[in-house]
Design a protein around this ligand. Structure first.
Ligand code: NAD
Ligand code: TYD
Length: 366
């Protein structure tokens, strides 16, 4: 039985991971650590209500003393590190929090892990620090460039990507210098339930349902490689169970799409769902689809993001051949699942977008 610390476990991918892990390894003890920034949400852990499902610790990974105490108090032997500031647009306008959380916070966790796992006598018999990172550390690709592989040189372009690159290097250094048992995964763009509606796919769905414009940056030709979040969780599980200590593994979806095609695809699916289920028109009267207007009419081309990376693509060959990784969800089924989830979970996205969740949080967590 492992004692797993999941940092950022109330965020999008972290919460999906907690659901995934609890289902697959019900006997493991899970400690969810989260600062509950704007992106963290206790409702993302809904359905895990039994006391034995997980324990929650409200803390900041930038607080070194709190991190060391946590490792000691809970006898943590495994860390899966998701906690981060994760939105590129925010990093362009306010980079400080990205340096604090992604760089200093990751270093504090590594230092606490080293102290408790390597420097004292009664350390757990085995340990693992798994670091969750992104393909954005590799920079941007041209149309004909080969996809990113594990040996692609780092060339981060946004403050977000640079802060994640720094954290990846720290994880590597703690293995090389001190022998900390680490693995790292670099994954492409995720989508699915519980994603905060500031990222492309959930933002477009919420805006389409509420009749707001669908802002496409630049000419919409930028390409991302999309992966359904559960497939990312499976990939992390494989790296943790079969990966070589000290190594990095790329996880991707083999699913490159231009932003404008994604947005049009979402519009077409929403039109089709409203046509098939006229009851949605009552629930979402402001959606163009509610009165038969194509959702595409909301698409608006806006000023491009500063330093906007043009293309990301992951070559996951190493994970496929060494770990047996392969995504299960197709983009077709994954996007349908995501749209259905958003239609069925209106109260979730309304509460995170209208501020009512923050009010609840303030009265429940100081
Ligand atoms: P998210 O923004 O949805 O969640 C981040 C979580 O971290 C939130 O719950 C937040 O409250 C918590 N957090 C932030 N600062 C903290 C701090 N100082 N102390 C403790 N908790 C803190 O992000 P996400 O999309 O779930 O991404 C999770 C991880 O996966 C990140 O490390 C990100 O870089 C990586 N990643 C994300 C994607 C993607 O497409 N979203 C792709 C590849 C890798
Ligand atoms: P995003 O979901 O922010 O992920 P990332 O920047 O980490 O890849 O954005 C995905 C792509 O969608 C990116 O090329 C920027 C673009 N985008 C828009 O065109 N409009 C939007 O409103 C957002 C949020 C993103």
């Amino acid at each position: 039985m492992r004692k797993l610390l999941v940092t950022g476990g109330a965020g999008f991918i972290g919460a999906n991971f907690v659901h995934y892990w609890k289902e697959k390894y019900p006997d493991d003890e899970i400690i969810v650590l989260d600062l509950l920034t704007y992106a963290g949400n206790m409702a993302n852990l809904q359905g895990l209500e039994r006391e034995s499902d997980y324990r929650f610790v409200h803390a900041d990974i930038v607080d070194q003393d709190a991190m060391t105490s946590l490792f000691v108090e809970h006898r943590i032997d495994t860390v899966v590190h998701f906690a981060a500031e994760s939105h590129v647009d925010r990093s362009i306008h306010e980079p400080d929090a990205f340096i604090q959380t992604n760089v200093i916070g990751t270093h504090n966790l590594l230092r606490a892990a080293k102290q408790v796992w390597l420097d004292i006598d009664n350390a757990p018999s085995s340990h693992r620090f798994h670091h969750v990172s992104t393909d954005e550390v590799y920079g941007t690709l041209g149309r004909d460039d080969p996809a990113f592989c594990e040996t692609t040189p780092y060339a981060p372009n946004s403050p977000y990507a640079a802060s994640k690159a720094a954290s990846d290097h720290l994880v590597r250094a703690y293995h090389h210098t001190y022998g900390l048992e680490v693995t790292t995964s670099n994954c492409s763009n995720n989508y699915g339930p519980y994603q905060f509606p500031e990222k492309l796919i959930p933002l477009m769905i919420v805006n389409a349902l509420t009749g707001q414009s669908l802002p496409v940056y630049g000419d919409g030709s930028n390409i991302r490689d999309w992966l359904y979040v559960e497939d990312h969780c499976r990939g992390i599980d494989l790296v943790m169970s079969k990966g070589t200590i000290g190594e990095t593994y790329n996880i991707g979806g083999n699913n490159e799409r231009a932003n404008i095609d994604i947005v049009k695809d979402i519009c077409a699916r929403i039109d089709a769902v409203f046509e098939k289920h006229p009851e949605h028109a009552e629930a979402y009267p402001d959606a163009p689809a509610a009165n038969g207007t194509p959702t595409e009419s909301l698409i608006t081309f806006v000023k491009d993001r500063l330093g906007h990376d043009w293309r990301y693509a992951i070559d996951a060959e190493r994970s496929e051949s060494e770990l047996g990784y392969a995504p299960i969800e197709s983009f077709d089924t994954g996007l349908d699942r995501t749209i259905s989830w958003m239609l069925e979970n209106e109260s979730w996205w309304r509460s995170v977008t209208d501020g009512s969740y923050r009010d609840w949080l303030e009265t429940n967590y100081d």
